[in-house]
Write a protein that binds this ligand. Structure first.
Ligand code: ADP
Length: 202
């Protein structure tokens, strides 16, 4: 039997510096808010290097996976890669930490049924130029792997969101203290989650 009700799922969301500089905080929050998810915490901060490196703590398998895309892109362009896939992957981690410490970021926790999947669906695929129309990354920006690789930097894709519950809980601990995480009831949760809906008719 499940111990936690599905409506309690939480996801960690970070609006990257490009979202803040492009004036997109309201637009992105609006897209998430109107799904019915509940905002549990929100703040604008300048991330420390420790927070950034802790957040993007990635193992060799992750580095190899991401770095192999760089290797493939170089080969497709007729160039000979000068590093291994893992080394390219580690460069991406450093580039990501540089990126998210380059200016203010907005960090948030959202809660609700399938919170992680719902926000990932809204965010869209990693690369803005190929992510679906209708998604945050697909609609609101234009970066690509190719341009990021040419300039040796992280892809600027506006938003980070957790990809599984253990990651969400690990990330939340990096960015928020317990007393910043609010516990409250939203009136609209009744229509989303109430079982009998017996409080509506007069
Ligand atoms: P997502 O953010 O879609 O979950 P990943 O976890 O795969 O994507 O990667 C984390 C972040 O690293 C991405 O959002 C993007 O900013 C950056 N990134 C991923 N792959 C590359 C790459 N090959 N080159 C540059 N930046 C990358």
């Amino acid at each position: 039997m499940e111990t936690t009700h599905p409506k309690k799922e939480r996801t960690f969301v970070l609006l990257k510096p490009d979202a803040i500089q492009r004036g997109l905080i309201g637009e992105v929050v609006h897209r998430i808010e109107r799904t019915g998810l509940k905002l549990i915490a929100l703040k604008i901060i300048i991330a420390t290097r420790e927070q950034a490196m802790g957040h993007y703590f990635k193992d060799d398998a992750w580095c190899e996976d991401k770095g192999s895309k760089t290797v493939a892109a170089l080969k497709a362009a007729g160039k000979r890669p000068k590093k291994t896939a893992i080394e390219f992957g580690r460069d991406i981690v450093r580039a990501l930490a540089d990126f998210i410490t380059s200016g203010p970021v907005v960090v948030m926790i959202w809660q609700g049924n399938e919170a992680i999947g719902v926000v990932r669906k809204l965010a869209g695929g990693t690369e803005p130029t190929t992510s679906d129309v209708g998604t945050i990354r697909g609609d609101l920006t234009i970066d690509s792997y190719r341009m990021a690789n040419v300039d040796s930097r992280a892809v600027r894709n506006l938003i980070h969101c957790s990809d599984k519950p253990e990651e969400a809980e690990r990330e939340i601990k990096i960015w928020f203290s317990k007393d910043e995480q609010l516990k409250y009831r939203l009136l609209n949760e009744e229509i989303l989650y109430d079982i009998n809906l017996d409080g509506i008719l007069e």
